[in-house]
Ligand binder design. Structure first.
Ligand code: ATP
Ligand code: LTN
Length: 332
C-alpha cells in the first residue's frame, strides 16, 4: 500500500478561535482526516512574537487543543501537539534563518501588517517568523499545508527556502504545496466586509465559543450593502456584505450560491440575516458543547498533547539529523 501523503498545519494560540479559522483552515483538516497522515499543532512559539499575558496564553493554548478535538480532529487519527514541545522546530528554525534572505522576509505582507499594529514591539522574531514556519513544515516532509489565503505567501517562501537548501545540499526537504479551500478561503468580518474576519475586530467576528445570543446580535448588526437592489445575490464586488454571508452559508452547509439565491428568492435582508444566524448557531453548537466538556478534562488533554509530541518528534528528528549531517553540525 502506498504511504499516505502528509498534511500539516498550525494556528497560533494568539486569540480565541473564530469562524474564519474554522472555515479557512480547521474544517478542511477535518474533512481530509482519512485521506492523509495529519500533523496539526498549536503554533505557540510563533505567538511569542506578540506580548502575551502568560497565564491567559497558557489557558488559551489548552483551549485551542480542546477546540481542535471538538471541531472533529480525532487525536487517534491526527497528531496534535504543541510546537514548543518538539524542540526540533526551534533548532531547524535557526538553521533556516541562515538560508532565508533579509529581502525575502522584508516582503512578507504579514510582517508589514503586524509591524504596523505593534509599532512599539517590532522584534526579531516577528521578522524571522516565516523561517520558523518553514521549519515547522519542512521538518515533517509535508506534502500539503492547508491554510487560508493570507498564509499562502509564507508557504511560497517555504518552497523557495526548501529549493534553495536542496539545491545546495541535495534532496533534503519535500517541497510543500499550500492547500487553500475554495469556499471559506477568506471570510470577511461581519462589520467590515472589506477586510478578513479577525479576532482584532471582535464585533464582526464570530468566535467558536460564542453563544446563541451573541451570534444573533453580531449577525443582526452585520453590514449589508448600499446598492439599491435589496435581495440576496452573489456579487462580491457590488454586494460584499451579502456575498460574505452567502459564502459562510455555502461553506457551512455545502450549498451552492445558486441554491442559496433560490432559497431566498423574493425575500429581503430582514429574512436573510436570521437564517444566516441560524445556520451559524446550529453548526457551531455541537463544537461549543463538546469543547466545554473537554476543557475541564485536563488529564485527557495532557495525554493527547504528550502522545502527539512523541509521535511528531520521530519524524522531526529524522529530518533534523539529515540537516545537521548536511550542514556540518554534529547530531547528538
Ligand atoms: P489575526 O487576527 O492576528 O490576523 P487570525 O485570527 O487571522 O489572526 P491566524 O492565526 O492568522 O488567525 O490564522 C489561522 C488560520 O486561519 C490560518 O490558516 C488562516 O489562513 C486562517 N484564517 C484566519 N482568518 C481567516 C479568515 N477570515 N478567513 C479564512 N481563513 C482565515
Ligand atoms: N503563520 C500561521 C501559523 C503557522 C503555520 C505554521 C501554518 C505557524 N506555523 C506551519 C501552517 C504551517 C498563521 O499565522 N496562521
Amino acid at each position: 500500500m502506498e504511504a499516505k501523503k502528509i498534511m500539516l498545519s498550525g494556528i497560533q494560540p494568539s486569540g480565541d478561535l473564530h469562524l474564519g479559522n474554522y472555515l479557512g483552515a480547521i474544517k478542511g483538516w477535518v474533512d481530509r482526516t482519512e485521506e492523509y497522515d495529519n500533523y496539526y499543532f498549536m503554533a505557540d512559539l510563533h505567538t511569542l512574537t506578540v506580548r502575551q499575558d502568560p497565564e491567559a496564553f497558557r489557558k488559551r493554548a489548552l483551549e485551542q487543543l480542546a477546540l481542535y478535538i471538538a471541531c472533529g480532529l480525532d487525536p487517534e487519527k491526527n497528531t496534535l501537539f504543541y510546537q514548543s514541545h518538539v524542540p526540533a522546530h526551534a533548532q531547524l528554525g535557526w538553521v533556516l534563518d541562515c538560508y532565508t534572505m533579509f529581502g525575502e522576509l522584508s516582503r512578507m505582507t504579514q510582517f508589514k501588517d503586524k509591524s504596523k499594529k505593534n509599532a512599539d514591539n517590532i522584534n526579531a522574531g516577528l521578522f524571522t517568523y516565516p523561517a520558523l514556519m518553514a521549519a515547522d513544515i519542512l521538518l515533517y516532509q509535508a506534502d500539503y499545508v492547508p491554510v487560508g489565503e493570507d498564509q499562502r505567501q509564507h508557504v511560497e517562501l517555504t518552497r523557495d527556502v526548501a529549493n534553495r537548501f536542496n539545491g545546495i545540499f541535495g534532496e533534503t526537504f519535500k517541497v510543500p504545496e499550500a492547500f487553500v479551500p475554495k469556499e471559506g478561503a477568506r471570510i470577511y468580518g461581519l462589520s467590515t466586509p472589506d477586510s478578513k474576519m479577525s479576532k482584532s475586530i471582535p464585533e464582526g467576528c464570530i468566535f467558536l465559543m460564542d453563544d446563541e445570543t451573541t451570534i444573533n446580535k453580531k449577525v443582526k448588526k452585520a453590514v449589508t450593502d448600499a446598492d439599491t437592489e435589496k435581495w440576496v445575490r452573489y456579487d462580491p464586488i457590488n454586494k460584499p456584505g451579502v456575498s460574505n454571508m452567502m459564502n459562510i452559508i455555502a461553506a457551512l452547509t455545502g450549498k451552492s450560491f445558486e441554491q442559496i439565491e433560490n432559497d431566498f428568492e423574493g425575500m429581503g435582508y430582514g429574512k436573510f440575516k436570521p437564517a444566516v444566524a441560524e445556520v451559524i448557531i446550529e453548526s457551531l453548537r455541537p463544537i461549543r458543547e463538546e469543547a466545554t466538556k473537554l476543557i475541564v478534562e485536563e488529564d485527557y488533554l495532557r495525554s493527547v498533547y504528550r502522545a502527539g509530541a512523541e509521535k511528531a518528534s520521530i519524524l522531526a528528528e529524522k529530518t533534523l539529523k539529515d540537516v545537521y549531517d548536511k550542514v556540518g553540525l554534529t547530531y547528538k
